[in-house]
Design a protein around this ligand. Structure first.
Ligand code: F6R
Length: 615
């Protein structure tokens, strides 16, 4: 969703904030704005469109100032226009504020403020915050930070907020609830704030993650950073060391982050299982959940909650855990689970999967499960994220920052963790023999090299992409654990190239979608060797009989499908359980090339945002 950056210190704030906004642009990119305190003035610059639009516009002015706040927006209330862009400013031009999240009761607050004479310029929910703070500050005769603290008692919803005031040129105030905010402690007595650590890492590695309902007051004249809860009790900041490296945030010579992240997968999968398995000694262990293994084995059921690509990984996890550890697993869309009064109690273990660790629906699903007594576990990529902090335990995927909005390496890392989890539980429960475990671990260890071999087919995949780049529809089919791969392939295509695509279990095709098939319909089929191979071949025949075009992902050396398919893409042989880790890669590359050929913005597809912090 939206991205927040702020700086307070001795440096010129504008370039720091602007650079930070560029790093955060993957979170939201429909408009951007900055506000700076400069020689007693509050300067505000806002522009619809990309951060580069804002940069071009603001660069016409001579901007200086040592306190600055900046925002990239992903519109929720009101169109992406200059006026709706943040920061929003109080009517007297004193206070400026940026916000990520949603103020659910903004309508009633807005009406109340209008009754008191406030005039709103924008259609946003955020503008109520700045007027409310101004109103409280004037009525209660308190400084804007105290007014902000009081204002939060009236607000229902989610927020990460940063505010500055012309009347306090050395202070900056921030608060969070259900939207991430991290404070970087600079080396020159200065401070950085951002929605995630990416704008901060090049200046400092010392950070403090704000917790829900915490307020950070930074006063350059009075001890720097102080933390409070909204009840005004002071809290001790917990300073953590960032492990993020700057190179992970750069494109490193690739044309797009998405391509870089696709190519990082041999390393990210390796990083994910490094230290968590030993093939020679024949063990696998996820330290993060070790204490909960018995609970998982004895659980009534494991419920996986997630959204989007992470939900697809959850479906692969269901196959893996049920097959290997024989434990009942259900996979739920977090957004559905949270609103349908699910039957859940202390005998259940609920596992959230989330790259960002901030997805609002997934967080809410976990909170609901916790309130009903379930054990809650997390599989997250972003260290220190909200989900990783509210769960009882969990495992990080260690894929490194994923900047491309379309998830790639996070998916394969999530599947890797789920494979490790399935094997850990199977080992503990005794549903896998030692020799089968040994074979599976060796196979898992060989995956990074096999992914490298799949990546070598990039040229071939690009040529296939060129043939299908102009289609309007596409179908993706798979059976067993390749069905979620089909879903993921279809999602990748639609989200970055805007081609309508559907993923289906191959056998379901004849119950409806087959009506769509004609000579213009490409059908991408995962047809690797395994239990359902013959059945998938029959499904391919059914498509061919209706003149559909078949692009099949097959096991190296396959001759049978090659004879009937229009195109084949080979992947190395592997254990059937692990096929999703390899079969996903060509589908990522296909979507990538098609989107590039259609001149779509691959890293920042329209209407999307990386971290969905609104429901
Ligand atoms: C698709 C994609 C989204 C996310 C979804 C959940 O490429 O990235 O579908 O998977 O928004 O996000 P996380 O995993 O951060 O909870």
């Amino acid at each position: 969703m939206c991205g927040i950056v702020a700086y307070i210190g001795k440096k010129n704030a504008f370039p720091v904030v602007l650079k930070g906004l560029k790093r955060l642009e993957y979170r939201g990119y429909d408009s951007a704005g900055v506000a700076l305190l400069s020689k007693g003035n509050l300067l505000v610059y806002k522009k619809a469109g990309k951060v580069s639009n804002l940069e071009d516009y603001a660069n016409q002015f001579d901007i200086s100032g040592h306190i600055g706040i900046g925002h990239t927006r992903w519109a929720t209330h009101g169109l992406p226009t200059d006026i709706n862009a943040h920061p929003h400013v109080s009517m007297d031009g004193t206070i400026a504020l940026i916000h990520n999240g949603i103020i659910e009761n903004y309508d009633s607050l807005r009406k109340e403020l209008i009754n008191q004479g406030y005039v709103f310029k924008s259609e946003t929910d955020t503008e109520v915050l700045v007027h409310l703070i101004d109103n409280i500050s004037k009525k209660e005769k308190v400084w804007f930070g105290e007014a902000l603290r009081i204002a939060l008692h009236y607000v229902i919803g989610a927020y990460a907020i940063v505010a500055i005031s012309k009347d306090y040129p050395n202070r900056l105030v921030a608060a969070r609830k259900s939207s991430p905010l991290v404070v970087g402690i600079g080396t020159e007595g200065d401070f950085y704030l951002a929605s995630d650590a990416s704008p901060i890492v090049e200046y400092t590695k010392q950070v403090v993650y704000l917790n829900d309902e915490e307020i950070a007051v930074i006063d350059l004249e009075n001890d720097g950073l102080k933390l409070y809860n909204i009840g005004d009790q002071q809290k001790t900041p917990y300073i953590q060391q960032l492990e993020l490296e700057l190179e992970a945030l750069e494109k490193g010579g690739y044309e797009h982050f998405m391509l870089k992240e696709i190519y990082e997968q041999p390393r990210s999968i390796l990083d994910c299982f490094r230290g968590r398995l030993n093939t020679n000694e024949g063990w696998v262990s996820l330290r993060g959940i070790r204490e909960y293994e018995d609970k998982m084995i004895q659980a009534n059921r494991l419920v996986i909650v997630a959204c989007g690509t992470s939900w697809h990984a959850g479906l692969v996890g269901e196959y893996l855990i049920e097959d290997l550890a024989r434990i009942n697993v259900e996979v739920e869309y977090a957004s559905e689970f949270r609103y349908r009064n699910p039957i859940i109690d202390e005998r259940d273990v609920v596992i959230a999967i989330s790259q960002s660790g901030e997805t609002a629906d997934t967080l809410a699903a976990l909170e609901l499960a916790k309130s009903k007594g379930a054990t809650i576990l997390g599989i997250c990529n972003v260290v220190g994220s909200s989900i990783s902090r509210i769960t009882d335990a969990g495992s990080y995927t260690h894929a490194g920052p994923e900047i491309g909005v379309a998830s790639t390496k996070a998916f394969t890392a999530q599947v890797t963790i789920l494979a490790l989890m399935a094997l850990t539980l199977a080992q503990k429960k005794g549903t896998i023999t030692q020799s089968a475990l040994h074979t599976m671990l060796a196979e898992l260890e060989s995956i990074p090299n096999k992914v490298k071999r799949v990546l070598e087919s990039n040229g071939h995949i690009e040529r296939i992409a060129a043939q299908y780049k102009d289609v309007s529809n596409a179908l993706y089919l798979g059976r067993g654990n390749s069905f979620p791969v089909a879903l993921e392939g279809a999602l990748k295509l639609k989200e970055i190239s805007y081609i309508h695509a559907e993923g289906y279990p191959a056998a379901e095709m004849k119950h409806g979608p087959i009506a769509l098939i004609d000579e213009n319909m490409p059908v991408f089929v995962i047809a690797t060797q395994g239990n359902s191979y013959e059945k998938v071949v029959s499904n391919i025949q059914e498509v061919k009989a209706r003149k559909g075009k078949i692009i099949a992902i097959v096991t190296e050396g396959d001759i049978h499908v090659r004879e009937i398919a229009d195109e084949v893409i080979e992947i190395p042989e592997t254990n059937e359980c692990l096929v999703p880790l390899l079969a996903t890669i060509p589908l990522q590359l296909l979507s990538y090339h098609i989107a590039v050929m259609r001149q779509c913005n691959v890293d920042q597809p329209r209407n999307l945002a990386k971290s969905v912090t609104v429901e």
